[in-house]
Design a protein around this ligand. Structure first.
Ligand code: PNW
Length: 537
């Protein structure tokens, strides 16, 4: 009996501990009583390859990610694929239910290019793919949820990848700018009567850096000093093409924007060199994409153009590795975004580091930027090596964008934190509270930020990290064919913030209370443990 009581005690202490933990509330100001405006839009985000599954069903063609996971499976941390993922192709109604449960106003999802155009080109449209997104969009609208639709979240049709993809040249007869424009036209035609918020391309920096610079993502090219810039150049022109097609060929009354990622950077010391490193950080990560679209003069920052030209000349190139835009192209890109869709996750401390030179065998954009970066170990650390929480960084970034770019309309389209599986995700709760506080600070400072999407609605295929890293407000059991979605503590906290429009640091929900299966599972474990103990002892 005594043994059983001891076991019971240990067991109940562990439950109490887990459910009463409450994260600290980092906030630069006291926002506890402050409310989000009634028209501020809350949402959650996902992307097609990361959640849909049905990789070769419903008439879908191959994307370059389908190709990567079958030709280089060892490159994915746990050798997994997005073949099934959260299986949203079949369970999209359940996705809409959980969005409804959360009470969000908007859902940001992406359309898989090869699900609509299996071979990439519009001469063959896959009606089953169109039906899938029609069903999803209609289900969202029936539930009062506004779709924010990303046209391209890294799923280039493999067919177009093999024809040069993001490395084709705008002067080629066949090029990605035309291909992307033609694809965008199909999307406006099929869905534009109901979709009024279009996001053209997700994160040129991350896509080009990982896909064409350092070979971490599809199509795994290693060309950090040339291919990286070519990819970005094409993305800017392709985005502008999609924008012009919408404005010139359609009158659907919606808006079109681009999704840019930007983290915050602060100087390591108060030296002039480190102040320069901060300027360089923003030029090389953000200005390179932001200025051509959002600055009044257009084009990429002159400081960046000069730096890369000088570095290229010193390396023996006859022309800059950053190919210049023509005057016509500069005009074509300027002003082509009705809002900025901003993805933000983390911050860096940066310092001038000219000796990056030599770290890489070939020239690279990191080498061109001449900066070193690190984090303060006291920042909230996730399980992704690149992701540390520092909420003031978001506040600072939003104010920086307002001041530098004449106060564009901003939607935060991604912000989130990674963890291991488990429903008690106190660090994620701390992260979201901190970052939403930062948004309140920015609203106070007059930043025109109109909405916020948590990344992610649910666990999904985290690219080269496979399923080893979880970003979901909802946990997804990747071993269960039904892929049950279960709210984590962070989902319940986010839901309450959306409902009350206030961040209550005391609110401490218990996710297990909402999931009866936990009680059954833990009771079983308990009974089995007792039985085993009785046998052994
Ligand atoms: C974004 N970084 O990528 C993507 O849009 C999502 O598909 C992805 O799942 C999510 O963030 C989480 O990773 C990023 O290194 C990848 O700073 C890396 C970084 C930022 C964003």
């Amino acid at each position: 009996m005594c043994r059983i009581e001891f076991c019971l005690l240990v067991f109940s202490i562990s439950i109490i501990d887990a459910s009463t933990l409450n994260g600290a509330q980092p906030s630069s100001r006291n926002n506890e009583l402050k409310q989000f405006p009634s028209d501020f839009l809350f949402g959650a985000a996902t992307s097609s390859y990361q959640i849909e599954g049905a990789w070769n069903e419903g008439g879908k063609g191959w994307s370059m990610w389908d190709h990567l996971v079958r030709t280089a499976p060892e490159h994915i941390a746990d050798n997994t694929t997005g073949d099934v993922a959260s299986n949203s192709y079949y369970f999209y109604k359940r996705d809409v239910q959980i969005l409804k449960e959360l009470g969000v106003n908007i859902y940001r999802f992406s359309i898989s290019w090869p699900r609509i155009l299996p071979y990439g080109r519009p001469d063959y449209v896959n009606r089953e793919g169109v039906d899938y997104y029609n069903n999803l969009i209609n289900e969202l609208l029936a539930n009062d949820i506004t779709p924010f639709v990303t046209m391209y979240h890294w799923e280039l049709p493999q067919n177009l990848n093999e024809r040069g993809g993001w490395l084709t040249r705008d002067t080629d007869d066949e090029n990605i700018i035309d291909w992307f424009g033609d694809y965008a036209r199909v999307l406006y035609r099929e869905f534009g009567d109901r979709v009024k918020h279009w996001l053209t391309i997700n994160e040129p920096y991350i896509h080009c850096n990982h896909g064409y610079g350092y070979a971490n993502h599809a199509p795994r090219r290693s060309s950090p000093g040339e291919g990286y810039y070519e990819c970005g150049r094409n993305i800017l022109l392709a985005h502008a093409r999609a924008y012009h097609i919408y404005k010139e060929e359609f009158s659907q009354g919606g808006q079109v924007g681009i999704v840019l990622s930007c983290d915050w950077a602060m100087p390591s010391t108060d030296s002039e060199a480190d102040a320069q490193a901060v300027l360089d950080y923003f030029d090389f990560h953000f200005g390179i994409y932001m200025d051509p679209i959002f600055s009044p003069q257009g084009n990429q920052p002159q400081s960046l153009i000069d730096r890369i030209a000088n570095m290229s000349a010193a390396q023996g190139y006859s022309e800059s590795r950053l190919r210049p835009f023509t005057e016509e192209q500069i005009d074509y890109m300027r002003g082509t975004s009705d809002f900025l869709a901003l993805n933000h996750y983390t911050s860096y401390i940066v310092y001038k580091n000219e000796s990056v030179n030599g770290m890489y065998v070939v020239p690279s954009h990191n080498d061109d930027a001449q900066i070193g970066m690190y984090r303060d170990p006291s920042w909230l650390q996730s399980i992704s090596p690149w992701l540390y929480g520092y909420p003031a960084g978001l506040h600072n970034l939003l104010v920086y964008i307002k001041n530098k770019y004449n106060s564009p309309t901003i939607y935060i389209t991604e912000n989130g934190f990674s963890s291991n599986p488990g429903l008690i995700d106190n660090d994620r709760v701390t992260y979201y509270r901190g970052y939403l506080n930062a948004v309140l600070d920015a609203l106070d400072d007059g930043v025109d930020v109109r909405g916020y999407c948590a990344w992610s609605l649910m666990d999904n295929f985290e690219w080269a990290a496979g399923f080893t890293v979880r970003f979901g407000l909802y946990q997804v059991d990747m071993n269960d064919p039904e892929r049950p979605r279960t709210p984590r503590k962070s989902a319940l906290v986010y839901k309450e913030i959306i409902r009350s429009r206030v961040i209550d640091p005391e609110y401490n929900p218990d996710p297990y209370e909402t999931d009866g299966s936990y009680v059954i599972k833990t009771s079983c474990v308990f009974v089995i443990t007792l039985a085993l103990l009785n046998i052994v002892l």
